[in-house]
Design a protein around this ligand. Sequence first.
Ligand SMILES: C[S@@+](CC[C@H](N)C(=O)[O-])C[C@H]1O[C@@H](n2cnc3c(N)ncnc32)[C@H](O)[C@@H]1O
Length: 188
Amino acid sequence: MPFNNLGFVFKHFGSIIYSKPILEDLCLFLHGFTDKESVLDIGAGTGVMSEFAYRCNENLKYVAVDPAEGMLKYALPYLETHIGAAEALPFEDNSFDAVFMGESLHHFEDIDAAFSEVVCVLKDGGRLFIYDFDLGTFLGKSIYMMEKLFGEPANFYEPSALKEILESYGFSVTVMKHGWRYTVSASL
Ligand SMILES: C[S@@+](CC[C@H](N)C(=O)[O-])C[C@H]1O[C@@H](n2cnc3c(N)ncnc32)[C@H](O)[C@@H]1O
């Protein structure tokens, strides 16, 4: 997808796809984080998920990474932005207390490389929050087929399958299903 040219669209309409239960899960995930802990938003785009997270906890250090500069340029100033891909994160090991992936996982080229990188940049006991679309639902399947048609990676999962993958990387995983969408809260 030409994300580099879609920054304006995501900045103004990207939040529509986040429903109330998703945002409640996100705030719950952030509950108990102490001041100055650091969060990396991977595939952050214009920073939609970090903006919602900031409303739950404005004392964290928010860092965004995305290959599309045309998306990142719309990020609000409290987001430290970096150009880069999930498969080769431009950060030192043990840098972050948490990682977000807001409807970005299905765009990654190489899921294994991405999760290996996440494990490296997370500190011991670090946490991961994922929001994406459920392949086991009609709408999830439809989006999968549409993205495949456009030559996208379309890494959509049924949440139970994603749970197994994350467990193989050492995460303890809680899945919350919300119709055709789901969230995953995981910790190392
Ligand atoms: C649907 S947008 C979601 C943006 C934002 N997280 C949100 O919730 O609005 C998907 C984002 O994933 C990014 N992306 C695509 N391939 C990526 C990769 N390999 N690594 C990291 N981000 C990637 C795109 O540039 C785009 O900004």
